[in-house]
Write a protein that binds this ligand. Structure first.
Ligand code: BF8
Ligand code: SF4
Length: 647
């Protein structure tokens, strides 16, 4: 038994934490310990640092202490802090989408020679959805117009207009609610700037108005994410089922190991391509070849499209370096720990930053130039080959842990499988299983790692208990990686964990899927940006079942939510009518009023709501109850309709 069991359930992580201890390197787990006990003000969101008079805390026992210096009450402070998380998250996701849009535009115009349009079917599908003419036009002309439509989402400032992507993909009933509550965004940049303005000192103090401003920003997150996924699929291809492996054992002692880490696939796709061409160079340096592994959502992107193995997820990124066999870690944006540089100093590992807005002091910075993408990727790989030559094989220590992963389930890939059963109405396959009671509904497992809880534990328990109770699972982000690392993303896991109904459901699909492997316990739909795939799935399933989104037996869980993006994602899920579990304290708990708005009132307005539940057993039980209740209501509604029709 490892002394680190409280830190993580990942058995590959334990020997690496032993190693860190020997080396005297303090990992993120040690640093989390150093932060305890947490400040209650900060932990509950009632500390305001919005102006230089702060920090102001809510101190009810002191005269005047129930307000900040400017007079802001707890509800204003909590609402402002929460929506500023959303603004940060939406900015990150949307800016990622903007970069992909620029890349598609330059590719279509012929300026980015190393990129091509990989999926013309997706291009046509997206073009038709957003109203771009396709008949008799050249591919590049269509791509250019689609890219410009995406860029218009950022440029638009006419408040009478609406963002295109949401308008094109979200069901009309939900759009009506968003319009009535004035949260339908005009343009992404405008909405985010307005929210920062709204929450400036001495501006809005109405917690409801602030919260709704935040929800508009959350919808910008969905809009920017959705177009990022669509345009990434067009540029790099839409995921198809792949079989690979996950965990630190995917790092190979005899190869030049390169980890791609971050979120944006523009560079990592090129690294994959370059690595294929440069195997001989690696061999000339004495290695058996080049081995790519993925971490965090860049890892998910190249897993989906290229079948690249997963090394690990957010919390354990430092441990990949501690193997001593990582020659380069190439990072782009988001969720990259600044501490990577200091752990890399113990080894030959080169940390290579590539974005002008993500640099780490002391690491290698290669300003990635999309106009010469292949050259940039090759230069980075050469750096890794050089590092390999300096590697001391005697100190390499790679845990012998890997698990089989079956992934790559874009919505298109899933529909292709369901079409084998029902070519006309693929989602009838799921609708029938729900209506027959074979499965209880669908749950999306999403989100990060958060050092406030044991790494990957809650993800795993919730997934196992939902599966045991016949809930069909979708997964993405670091949550999907948690399941991949622990061996739950393959057909064997269905036999081990699924209830009888879910087993039957999978058996029917396996009989016709045409895949070499059985379907896994959960459909890995990609990175966090790709959560729009899950929402699109929910939209289509609701349409197939004749339900509103808020009636669909669908629930979402982020057991270890951590980032600002997670707050934005959770919020748009609520706006879409989805019950949204979060396994750590919500940022609103410091104000009863704001907390009631997001956990109770939200349901009356949108049908979706947040609930905070740190206990994974209670969380899965509540999710199952919610699915059962939605099913029961749907049966009752149908009975009432049938009775009315009979009279
Ligand atoms: O975007 S799940 S820790 S890596 S924020 Fe970050 Fe969270 Fe991981 Fe992907 Ni998403
Ligand atoms: Fe204090 Fe008000 Fe400034 Fe916040 S905005 S730090 S509550 S004075």
């Amino acid at each position: 038994m490892s002394e680190f069991e409280k830190y993580t359930i990942d058995i590959a992580a334990h020997p690496m934490l032993d190693r860190a201890k020997e080396l005297g390197f303090l990992t993120t787990f040690d640093r989390a310990k150093a932060q305890e006990p947490r400040c209650t003000f900060g932990n509950t969101g009632i500390c305001c640092r919005i102006c230089l008079q702060g920090p102001c805390r809510i101190l009810p026992k002191k005269p005047g202490g129930n307000k900040g210096i400017c007079g802001a009450r707890d509800y204003t402070i909590v609402a402002r802090n929460t929506v500023r998380y959303i603004a940060g998250g939406a900015a990150a996701h949307s800016d990622h989408g903007r970069e992909i849009s620029e890349a598609l535009l330059h590719t279509a115009e012929g300026h980015f020679k190393d990129y091509q349009i990989a999926d013309t079917n997706k291009l046509m599908y997206v073009a038709k959805n957003i109203g771009v003419e396709t008949e008799g036009r050249e591919i590049n002309a269509i791509a250019k117009e689609v890219a410009n439509a995406a860029l218009d989402e950022y440029r638009r400032i006419d408040e009478n207009e609406e963002v295109t992507w949401l308008k094109s993909y979200i069901p009309e009933n939900t759009l009506t609610i968003w319009r009535k509550t004035t949260i339908m965004p005009t343009g992404i940049n405008l909405s985010l700037a307005k929210l920062l303005h709204q929450t400036h000192v001495g501006n809005d103090s109405d917690p409801i108005n602030i919260t709704f401003g935040g929800l508009k920003a959350a919808l910008c997150d969905l809009d920017g994410s959705h177009l990022a996924t669509d345009l990434s699929d067009i540029l790099f291809g839409t995921g198809v089922p792949v079989v690979t492996e996950a965990n630190l054992g995917a790092i190979k002692a005899d190869k030049v190991n390169i980890a791609v880490h971050g979120h944006n696939p523009l560079l990592s796709q090129m690294v994959v391509k370059a690595a294929k061409e440069m195997q001989e160079e690696a061999k000339a340096a004495g290695a058996a070849g080049i081995n790519l592994v993925g971490i965090c959502c860049t890892g998910n992107e190249v897993l989906m499209r290229e079948g690249v193995a997963i090394a690990t997820n957010f919390a354990t990124q430092e441990l990949a370096v501690l193997t001593g066999a990582m020659d380069a870690m190439v990072v782009d944006v988001q969720c990259i720990m600044p501490s990577l540089r200091s752990v890399a100093e113990c080894f030959q590992t080169k940390i290579v930053t590539t974005s002008p807005i993500m640099k780490i002091p002391g690491s290698y910075h290669y300003g990635f130039d999309e106009a010469h993408a292949m050259d940039s990727a090759k230069e980075i790989i050469r750096l890794a080959i050089d590092a390999y030559k300096q590697r001391d094989q005697a100190i390499v220590n790679i845990p012998n842990v890997t698990n089989k992963v079956v992934a790559g389930f874009s919505l298109e890939a899933m529909l292709n499988i369901f079409k084998k059963v029902n070519p006309e109405h693929p989602l009838r396959v799921i609708a029938d299983a729900i209506e027959a009671g074979e499965i209880k509904g669908v749950a999306a497992l999403i989100g990060c790692n958060n050092r406030k809880v044991t790494h990957n534990y809650n993800h795993t328990i919730i997934a196992q208990e939902l599966a045991e109770n016949d809930v069909l699972l979708l997964a993405g982000g670091c949550s999907a990686q948690a399941h991949a690392l622990s061996g739950m993303m393959n057909g064997e896991a269905v036999q081990k964990y699924a209830g009888e109904g879910l087993k039957k459901f999978f058996a029917r699909l396996n009989a016709v899927s045409g895949l070499t492997e059985d379907l896994p316990l959960m459909f890995h739909m990609g990175s966090c940006v790709d959560y729009s795939r899950m929402q699109l799935f929910a939209n289509l399933l609701a349409a197939e079942m004749g339900l509103d989104l808020a009636e669909l037996p669908y629930a979402v869980s982020a057991p270890e939510a951590m980032s600002e993006k997670a707050v934005a994602i959770g919020s748009w899920n609520v706006c879409c009518g989805n019950p949204m579990h979060v396994g750590v304290n919500g940022p609103t708990v410091g104000s009863q009023l704001v907390d009631d708005v997001v956990t109770k009132i939200a349901e009356d307005v949108f049908g979706g709501f947040f609930f905070w539940e740190p206990d994974p057993h209670k969380a899965s039980a509540r999710m199952i109850d919610i699915l059962k209740e939605r099913n029961w209501k749907n049966v009752m509604r149908k009975k009432a309709r049938d009775a009315k029709a009979a009279n």
